[in-house]
Design a protein around this ligand. Structure first.
Ligand SMILES: [Zn+2]
Length: 167
């Protein structure tokens, strides 16, 4: 949340804070496992997930918003080869995680307000003070373009309007 006054375009309500964090709770692969099989086939916590023999790491796609000198942060899941996943898990649990990597993978989240983001190529950069940064590899996709060029406050408001449960 950021202190910022804005009027909701759909209901005209005045807000004094702007949400900057949105997150997908699980990778697409997890969501596709029928609930009655999840106990046997999956393992998930806030930042790591396994589905069968696939390994996923949660990170943040950060989009710079110059007008408010902050980022919009979209929590998303990246699939990495299992050996890399084990290295990331170990690095994240130890000191100086940022010395490890970067790690290449594939985005396995569908992000709201974008054309399908599943399978975009991504790189995970581990950080000492936060979950990994996800950098979308250069391509034509809007998500890459917005991460590279940044977004406007109006675009941030578009996210808030679409995703805030009550407003
Ligand atoms: Zn509204």
């Amino acid at each position: 949340m950021k202190n910022f006054t804005w009027k909701c375009p759909c209901c005209d309500k005045q807000h004094t804070s702007l949400p900057l964090d949105w997150s997908m709770m699980a990778p697409q692969d997890f969501l596709e496992v029928p609930p009655d099989q999840r106990f046997f086939r999956t393992k998930i916590d806030q930042n790591f997930c396994g589905v069968d023999d696939k390994f996923f790491v949660r990170g943040l796609v950060e989009l710079p918003v110059k007008e408010i000198n902050d980022n919009l942060r979209l929590g998303a899941w990246v699939q990495v080869p299992i050996k890399q996943g084990e290295r990331i898990l170990k690095a994240e649990n130890g000191p100086n995680s940022s010395r490890h990597g970067p790690f290449k993978g594939t985005l396995r989240s569908r992000l709201n307000l974008y054309p399908d983001t599943l399978n975009l190529k991504a790189v995970l950069h581990l950080r000492d003070d936060s979950v990994p940064l996800i950098k979308i590899e250069p391509c034509e996709h809007q998500l890459h373009v917005e991460q590279r060029d940044g977004i406007s406050v109006d675009r941030v408001i578009e996210f808030a309007t679409a995703l805030m449960p009550k407003h």
